[in-house]
Ligand binder design. Structure first.
Ligand code: SF4
Length: 347
């Protein structure tokens, strides 16, 4: 194979032999199914996404079903996938599709980008994968592949490099076999041109690859400049009543774990105990092993404190954001992942 063969032709020859063509979202391809899969696949591995995608499709086979659902149920099916804003955006956009597009996924880039949570690359993936249009994609896998092929130095998150990559991606995108091409470029990025130890010996693009020629594969793409993540510690109250129910609070829709259920949160143990005293409850809480969780912008240590109400007369008032839950009900609501793990451990 010479470099005179176009990039797309060469990639498609590789795809016909090695590409993935049994992924669940590649069956019964619709704009809706491709959209949901693309959103789930953001920051998440294919193998993790598959069971979530299948459960989601079983419950919400079309945009209309998703639009009619309660956001709490949508979040419960998302629990464990992380980045919950994706689920809320999916739900909001399904409502917009029902109201503005008669429940049908739009088929043009401007209408797609107007929907919450759909960026240029996701819109390109929907157009190419569902409608075989020349949609252009530039997800993390494609960015890595293109920076290596062209030996582009500098963190790809910078706008000038992002612009350069879009330009290259646009020039490379063919006018035919678009669904296959998009899948192929994602597949080669995910399975051959991997972040660590790329399989250059098995790569059909060796002859084109400038990073390989310059022996700079290990240093391209340039990593994001490191910043030290701030660290925050909070206390949470694990309050059980005599029936073994747990008091949960729904978090505000904006911010971390937006709209998910969690344990009542306090800045520290003193604030937690002050609130208990104000509610006329005992303050002899028992500490449980802290949980550490890392977000993209900070590290969090959660210090849980257990209190079991032993007296029938001890009452905690529920408000519209807090509610007692039986352990059997926990799988029906969207729970913050560390809290879900803590409750599973302490049941
Ligand atoms: S030769 Fe190696 S670095 Fe270059 S595109 Fe292929 S896998 Fe990536």
């Amino acid at each position: 194979m010479t470099t005179n063969t176009s990039f797309a032709e060469q990639l498609l020859i590789w795809f016909d032999q090695h590409g993935r063509n049994h992924l669940p979202w590649q069956k019964n391809r619709t704009g809706y199914r491709v959209w949901v899969s693309e959103i789930m696949l953001q920051q998440t591995q294919v193998v993790t996404v598959i069971p979530y995608f299948e459960r989601f499709m079983e419950r919400f086979p079309a945009a209309k079903d998703l639009a009619e659902a309660d956001v709490d149920e949508v979040l419960s099916l998302w629990t464990g996938l992380g980045y919950y804003r994706r689920a809320r955006n999916l739900h909001d956009s399904a409502i917009a599709i029902a109201e503005q597009h008669q429940g049908n996924m739009p088929k043009n880039i401007d209408a797609l980008i107007a929907l919450k949570g759909i960026g240029r690359s996701t819109a390109g993936a929907i157009l190419s994968q569902a409608y075989n249009e020349p949609g252009i994609i530039l997800d993390g896998n494609v960015k890595r592949l293109l920076t290596r092929l062209h030996a582009i130095e500098g963190w790809p998150g910078q706008s000038k490099i992002d612009k350069q990559l879009w330009q290259i991606a646009t020039e490379l995108t063919p006018n035919q076999r678009n669904a296959d091409y998009t899948q192929a470029i994602m597949d080669i990025g995910a399975t051959i041109c991997k972040p660590k130890q790329p399989l250059c010996v098995a790569c059909p693009m060796q002859a084109r690859c400038q990073a390989l020629a310059l022996d700079r594969v290990a240093s391209i793409p340039t990593p994001k400049p490191k910043k030290v993540l701030p660290h925050k510690t909070i206390s949470v109250l694990l309050l059980k009543n005599q029936q073994g129910q747990i008091l949960l609070e729904q978090r505000p829709s904006k911010g971390i774990w937006g709209g998910l259920w969690s344990l009542p949160e306090f800045v520290n143990l003193k604030a937690l105990q002050t609130q208990l005293a104000l509610d006329g409850l005992p303050t002899n809480t028992r500490p449980i092993t802290p949980i550490k969780h890392v977000f993209s912008h900070y590290k969090l240590t959660i210090e849980p404190h257990l209190l079991v109400l032993s007296n029938m007369l001890q009452k905690v008032s529920e408000n519209n954001r807090s509610q007692w839950y039986d352990s059997q009900q926990l799988h029906t609501i969207g729970l913050a992942t560390p809290i879900k793990k803590l409750l599973e451990k302490t049941q």
